[in-house]
Ligand binder design. Structure first.
Ligand code: HEM
Length: 481
């Protein structure tokens, strides 16, 4: 018997509209629309309009020959999307990247935690291992991050006083994300003092690119579209080209993360499997997420303009003075800072795609209809359409800095960036990001550090691959404090 995703029995049961087209040609045509002819948002918006439905059938990239089956049921509203978090109804086995999975050579031959389903015993063991690491390190988060980003701010100022008078935000704060995670897991060891030197972020970038290239486009001029599509989406990139870089990363973590790896052995994990999992968590989950997240935050705060900058600076400086420093208590009192971070995560979630397979026949509800999904069918959620659902959020396309202040906090259950609701917590039994609270904390701290130093800034951005590439053009030093 099919089970229901929520209590809306009165909604009419409809067939899921949309088509997959001809074998081979359908997926290729859809992916050309998706990357080149329409772009992601228009791809889904056009199909919603065409079928008058926010639950539709379509193909998702990469398609042939990287994925053997690119058929998905796309959930494009806030009502249907959360079925992806119900682990009793959906299976999350090897679906982290969607309709394909990179070779396990990228992870030392192991299927690491993020690819495991909740019914696999190793998932709970590894997830617990991660959660316990984060709990044991929680007192170091604030001082460690403050130290790490102060180097990035110096770097930005240095670049601004140089010849070009501009600074590369992504590189400076990507390095901060890497250094923070390395020091957190490796007894505060400076990665520059290991065999990695300053190569860590670049090595992770290459390793990530080789796994995820088929999901991206470089945004080259039109005449290159077909060549790009053929080169990056026909066969997977081999691990071989990143082998030596991955080995350096693995060896650095293996040598320096002694305490956490000792803990792993105590809970029954094999040391090398734990270390490959640690590298994946640090490099793919954490560094990969954070290096996109900081540019998203600065972009939206930058676009909001000087009035918001002043409001943030006032709030941050007042609270820090009252509390006598940058503490967890102080951060908790910064209502505008908190709301701004949630709003950035709502309007541009750093990981916009989530996948899962139906564990059983089930019924999913959009706002106005019910749809049956058969066991084994692939479900895909395009998160920006859930978190910008006009039936939930007023002016969904507008960045409203105070959206989550006061009564607005009730809307936090519709903020979904962590593969779960903001009002719920990661656990060994679910697939919610264990870094959820850490990420929110680091984003708040980033804003605090920024507006303790500066009153306002000028910037430019362009969207490259999957996230904004931000160039800082000027920083105005703090006039008060
Ligand atoms: C802005 C930064 C981050 C974003 C946007 C993010 C997002 C996500 C998302 C969407 C998932 C679920 C993927 C899926 O199954 O579909 C996930 C899982 C995961 N994340 Fe994060 N994450 C971030 C940072 C971190 C950090 C800092 C850590 C660790 C310290 C972390 C560790 C993990 C792990 C281990 C999983 C797999 C969970 C499981 O298998 O149950 N992430 N993250």
């Amino acid at each position: 018997m099919a089970s229901s995703s929520s209590d809306k029995p009165q909604l009419p049961l409809k067939p899921i509209p949309g088509s997959y087209g001809l074998p081979f040609f359908g997926p290729i045509s859809d992916r050309h629309d998706y990357f080149y002819h329409q772009g992601q948002d228009k791809f889904f918006a056009t199909r919603i309009k065409q079928h008058n439905s926010t639950v539709i059938r379509t193909n998702m990239p990469p398609g042939p020959f990287i994925s053997s089956n690119s058929k998905v049921i796309a959930l494009l509203d806030a009502s249907s999307f959360p079925i992806l978090f119900d682990n009793s109804k959906v299976q999350k086995l090897n679906v982290l990247d969607g309709t394909f999975m990179p070779s396990t050579s990228f992870t030392g031959g192991h299927r690491v935690c993020a690819y495991l389903d909740t019914t696999e015993p190793n998932h709970a063991t590894l997830k617990n291992f991660f959660i316990n690491i984060l709990i044991s390190k929680k007192d170091t988060f604030v001082p460690l991050f403050r130290n790490t980003v102060s180097e990035s701010f110096l770097e930005i100022e240095d670049q601004l006083s140089g010849k070009s008078r501009t600074a590369n935000f992504n590189a400076a704060f990507g390095t901060a994300a890497f250094n923070f995670m390395f020091r957190l897991l490796c007894e505060n060891k400076d990665p520059a003092e290991t065999k990695l030197g300053s190569d860590g972020p670049g090595l992770f970038d290459k390793w990530l690119l080789f796994q995820l290239a088929s999901l991206a486009t470089l945004g080259l001029p039109k005449i290159f579209n077909y060549i790009e599509d053929f080169v990056i989406r026909t066969v997977p990139f081999p691990f071989w080209f990143t082998k030596s870089g991955y080995k350096r990363l693995y060896e650095a973590f293996s040598k320096e993360a002694v305490t956490v790896l000792d803990e792993a052995e105590k809970v029954g994990l094999e040391r090398s499997e734990a270390c490959h999992n640690l590298v994946f968590m640090a490099g793919f989950n954490a560094y990969g997420g954070l290096k996109n997240q900081f540019p998203v935050v600065i972009k939206w705060v930058g676009l909001a303009g000087e009035t918001l900058h002043k409001e943030l600076a006032d709030e941050i400086r007042t609270v820090v003075k009252e509390e006598g420093g940058v503490t967890l208590n102080a951060l908790e009192k910064m209502t505008v800072v908190k709301s701004v971070i949630y709003e950035a995560m709502r309007i541009e979630p750093a990981v916009p795609y989530q996948y899962a397979k139906a564990r059983e026949d089930l019924v999913v509800h959009s706002h106005d209809a019910a749809f049956e999904i058969k066991k084994g069918e692939m479900i895909f959620g395009y998160q920006p359409f859930a978190t910008k659902d006009p039936k939930i959020f007023e002016d969904p396309e507008v960045f409203v800095a105070r959206r989550f202040v006061g009564e607005g906090e009730k809307l936090l259950k519709y903020v979904l960036w962590s593969n779960g609701r903001e009002t719920e917590e990661p656990s060994p039994n679910n697939k919610q990001c264990p870094g959820k609270n850490l990420v929110v904390l680091l984003c708040r701290l980033f804003l605090v550090e920024f507006f303790l130093r500066y009153d306002t800034f000028e910037f430019e951005y362009k969207t490259v691959v999957l996230s904004p590439a931000v160039t800082i053009k000027s920083l105005t030093k703090a006039s008060t404090f």
